[in-house]
Ligand binder design. Structure first.
Ligand code: ADP
Ligand code: ADP
Length: 218
């Protein structure tokens, strides 16, 4: 469960997130839809404790991220492909992430299988396609078997197979009762993926309803 209440983030003159409130319930894929610059990444970063809100709160399973006892076991995220060391193999990247978060090493091979990285896991990340990088990022998000998952624009740059795969994965994760928030700037993508949509523009909430209700209202 994610609860966002009055969340606001100001960067100088820019109000990136403006008094945003919404819930993400377990067992659903919730799409976070809005044009580029709408404030989706900033919101996700605040949920993950990577950015401090100017005001308002974001709770994960009833608590602020900073007070979670085992953050990586409660919430996993795919954000911008940030700090992967290109000279490492995908597998060593995951091994290090597991070790530094107290996650058992056997999870590494489980998530490599789960995301279909296969033999590529033993090659260096610098040779990875965008799709393989996305799979690796998702594998890292799944390592701690978290109940709450955030994916920021996971289909960006993927081919049709990759897009279908992510859709199926999100569905399975939600069917397992997990809380899944996935951002996109494309309604066409979200209408095939999400049960609910939280729509934002210029940092403000525009709509929060089932995907069906939102499509009917267009
Ligand atoms: P989205 O993820 O929906 O594309 P973002 O959350 O990345 O939107 O950005 C929302 C707004 O906040 C944009 O106007 C962006 O330029 C601004 N912004 C995001 N991060 C920063 C930052 N670190 N410093 C200044 N402005 C930022
Ligand atoms: P323990 O024996 O202390 O539970 P485990 O190695 O079984 O240690 O796993 C520790 C934690 O790692 C689990 O509580 C769970 O959060 C996560 N985990 C590891 N492997 C799995 C798995 N296959 N399925 C689900 N969660 C797992």
């Amino acid at each position: 469960m994610i609860e966002v209440r009055g969340l606001t983030k100001r960067y100088g003159d820019v109000l990136a997130v403006d008094d945003l409130s919404f819930d993400v319930a377990p067992g659903t894929v919730t799409g976070f839809l809005g044009p580029n610059g709408a404030g989706k990444s900033t919101t996700m970063r605040m949920v993950l404790g990577l950015d401090r809100p100017t005001s308002g709160t974001a709770l994960v399973n009833g608590r602020p991220f900073a007070s979670l006892a085992e953050p990586l076991r409660e919430v996993g995220a795919l954000l911008d492909p940030g700090s992967v060391h290109p000279g490492r193999t995908g597998r060593s990247h995951l091994r290090i992430a597991a070790r530094s978060n107290g996650i058992p090493q056997r999870r590494v091979d489980e998530v490599i299988d789960q995301v279909g990285l296969g033999r590529a896991a033993r090659r260096r990340i610098r040779g990875y396609s965008l799709g393989m990088r996305q799979r690796l990022g998702i594998a890292a998000a799944l390592l701690g078997n978290p109940r709450v998952l955030l994916f920021d624009e996971p289909v960006n740059g993927l081919d049709l197979d990759g897009v279908r795969w992510i859709r199926g994965l999100l569905r399975r994760l939600a069917d397992e009762g997990r809380t899944v928030l996935v951002s996109s700037h494309l309604l066409s993508e979200m209408q095939q993926t999400a049960d609910r949509l939280v729509v934002i523009g210029r940092g403000r909430l525009i709509a929060d309803a089932t995907t069906e209700e939102i499509l009917r209202g267009l």
